[in-house]
Design a protein around this ligand. Structure first.
Ligand code: GLN
Length: 289
């Protein structure tokens, strides 16, 4: 596992330096989900295959035969670039779901805050981006059953006077967030424990926020715990506050007009949970041993 962790870290380091660059050296592609999951799926009783197959017939997607997924690939280990490929927990879970539904997965890398609108308007079939289920988002899209959890964390520079969320809120500090994320929503809300609108600096992605923090343009970043860990591991001089807040559930966003797809994705997720595929994918990127 140590070797794997080192490999993952080097991939994340490479990924964080490669954003925006046209020619990053290619690292070996992550092993495909299909080959890892086929055996597990095959060994399952045929009833579980039947329910995924049953729902297949009614599914309509943006492009026939394809499952178009919108994500923002600056969110390691859920989605990030490995050379030209987008890999990570979400990419692999979506691939496993698409395989179950007999669809080819197509990943579109877009800005996070355009994902919900794109799913709602029928541009993408799904949004799969470490996306937290919120009451507000549920007004615009449906969410699948949750496949993972996240916790909001605060990244600061090492030696920062900010030691707790309280320090952050009470001081006059500037907080970087990724635009439209739950970190943005919490931190903007001064009435409910955030720093308030005028102390927020919004970035297109987590990587840009890290660059600003390193340059001293902001004092802290509010972001989900796993990308926070990955960014801190990939950049010297950063640390995470020991006081995380707000636990969240991640799920796949699907258009409210596509109930058949919601049903099919939920049965695929159920099967992939039962046969251990999802746990295996998460363990691959977030090793516990
Ligand atoms: N979980 C957060 C949200 O849904 C952040 C997701 C992300 O930045 N990809 O808002």
């Amino acid at each position: 596992m140590k070797t794997f962790t080192r490999k993952l870290m080097s991939v994340i380091i490479a990924a964080s330096f490669c954003f925006g660059l046209a020619s990053c050296s290619k690292t070996p592609a992550a092993s495909s989900v299909a080959s890892e999951t086929t055996t597990a799926a095959e060994s399952k009783a045929s009833e579980s295959e039947t329910s995924a197959a049953e729902s297949k017939a009614e599914i309509k997607t943006v492009t026939a035969g394809k499952l178009t997924m919108a994500t923002n690939a600056t969110f390691p280990p859920y989605e990030f670039h490995e050379g030209e490929k987008i890999v990570g927990i979400d990419a692999e879970i979506a691939k496993a779901v698409a395989d179950k539904l007999g669809l080819e997965l197509v990943i579109e890398d877009v800005e996070f805050d355009s994902i919900i609108a794109g799913v709602q308007s029928g541009k993408y079939d799904i949004g799969c981006a470490g996306m937290t289920v919120t009451e507000d988002r549920l007004k615009s899209v449906n969410f699948s059953t949750s496949y993972a959890t996240g916790i909001q964390s605060i990244i600061v520079k090492e030696g920062s006077p900010i030691k707790t969320i309280d320090d952050l809120v009470k001081g006059k500090y500037k907080v970087g967030v990724q635009s439209g994320t739950t970190g943005d929503i919490y931190m903007s809300d001064a009435e409910n424990g955030g720093v308030g609108e005028d102390r927020i600096d919004r970035f297109k992605n987590g990587n840009d926020a890290v660059i600003a923090l390193l340059a001293g343009k902001i004092d802290a970043i509010c972001i989900d715990n796993e990308p926070a860990k990955a960014y801190v591991a990939a950049n010297k001089g950063l640390s995470i506050l020991e006081t995380p807040f707000k636990e969240e559930k991640y799920a796949i966003a699907i258009s409210k007009d596509n109930e058949a797809l919601l049903t099919a994705i939920n049965s695929a997720l159920d099967e992939l949970t039962k046969d251990g595929t999802i746990a295996k994918i998460i363990e691959k990127y977030i090793p516990t041993k």
